[in-house]
Design a protein around this ligand. Structure first.
Ligand SMILES: NC(=O)c1ccc[n+]([C@@H]2O[C@H](COP(=O)([O-])OP(=O)(O)OC[C@H]3O[C@@H](n4cnc5c(N)ncnc54)[C@H](OP(=O)(O)O)[C@@H]3O)[C@@H](O)[C@H]2O)c1
Length: 298
């Protein structure tokens, strides 16, 4: 297959590029930066999602498009940063779909990132894909982001937005920033630790994107493992995997002082169930946290 990817230089994109290349696909990468460090055989096309549709050469031969690009969410949210987080996704996705609309031969499928932030904070509720979205800054961004991606359905594409949870990998994302304090033995639960955390091993998430490309599925998927845990349990498992104590809880107030409004991500309770993926026959290699952490940290 000819596959065009955005956000290929990021945590998830990097793993996907590696897997898709090994599987023999032909890849084109759309990036804001020149294609310098790209592996042999991968075509690079410069595209800034905020500046309009991608150049036609970036999409012309695509059978499938994977869309991951977006301003990092894990940073202090000033008004400026919030605008960039939203626009890079909402306007960026709109521009990508406008580029697809201009093609004579359109790709068959768009698999696009979204986030479990779609659901807001929902206590004990089990969140399948049919659950209604919340209304908060981040939930609204996710809703609009998915709406822009799903506009490609009107162009004849199959669209699968994947609502991603906390991606587990030792070399990037949330876990990488949690490791130093946990390794020093000063890790601990966040707030009261009762909030549900929906996580997924990077290998499973990459496999899920590939599965959605290759199977006749459409509509949103939850990109989280079946074994969601409370933050306190996550903390215990991580400490156990590292053979360290984790007895220093971080109070809610400290998180709010440290991270401002972004602390809501760390404190939100999201008990996500990957119902659509399981129903479509997708099998997780790492359904439970202990196994996922052992692999990631092993
Ligand atoms: N990792 C997670 O735990 C997680 C959880 C939920 C949702 N997601 C979503 O999944 C997607 C990929 O995640 P990731 O962790 O792989 O992200 P990442 O490592 O931060 O990479 C995202 C990519 O987006 C592009 N980008 C960054 N800032 C941008 C901006 N202001 N405007 C346009 N493009 C920009 C960059 O590509 P170029 O520099 O090549 O242009 C970058 O490589 C993101 O949209 C993220 O929100 C991730």
């Amino acid at each position: 297959m000819n596959i065009t990817l955005t956000g290929a230089s990021g945590l998830i994109g990097g793993r996907l590029v590696e897997n898709l290349r090994k599987a023999g696909h032909t890849l084109t990468v759309l990036s804001r930066r020149p294609a310098d460090g790209l592996a042999e055989g991968i075509a690079g096309v410069i595209w800034d999602p905020m500046q309009g549709p991608p150049p036609e050469e970036g999409l012309r031969h695509a059978d499938a498009v994977i869309h991951l690009a977006g301003e990092p969410v894990a940073q202090r949210w000033s008004e400026n940063v919030k605008r960039r987080i939203r626009n890079s996704r909402v306007v960026g996705t709109r521009n990508l779909v406008a580029g697809i609309a201009k093609l004579r031969n359109r790709p068959g499928v768009l698999v696009s990132a979204s986030a479990v932030g779609y659901y807001g904070s929902r206590g004990e509720e089990e969140l399948r894909e049919s659950a209604a979205p919340a209304h908060s800054y981040l939930a609204d961004v996710c809703t609009e982001w998915e709406r822009e991606a799903c506009a490609a359905e009107g162009l004849g594409l199959r669209v699968v937005p994947i609502r991603i949870g906390v991606v587990l990998d030792a070399h990037g994302g949330a876990l990488k920033s949690m490791l130093p304090p946990f390794r020093m033995g000063v890790g601990g639960r966040l707030g009261d630790g009762r909030q549900w955390m929906s996580w997924i091993h990077l290998a499973d998430l990459a496999a899920m994107f590939e599965y959605a490309l290759e199977h006749p599925v459409r509509g949103a998927w939850n990109g989280a493992a079946p074994g969601a845990v409370r933050n306190a349990e996550f903390t215990r498992e991580l400490a156990r995997a590292l053979h360290r104590p984790a007895v220093f809880p971080v109070p809610t107030l400290a998180l709010k002082l440290l991270y401002g409004e972004m602390a809501e991500i760390l404190l939100a309770s999201q008990r996500v169930v990957p119902a659509a993926a399981l129903a479509a026959g997708f099998r997780f290699q790492f359904p439970e946290l202990a196994g996922a952490l052992a692999d990631v940290l092993g």
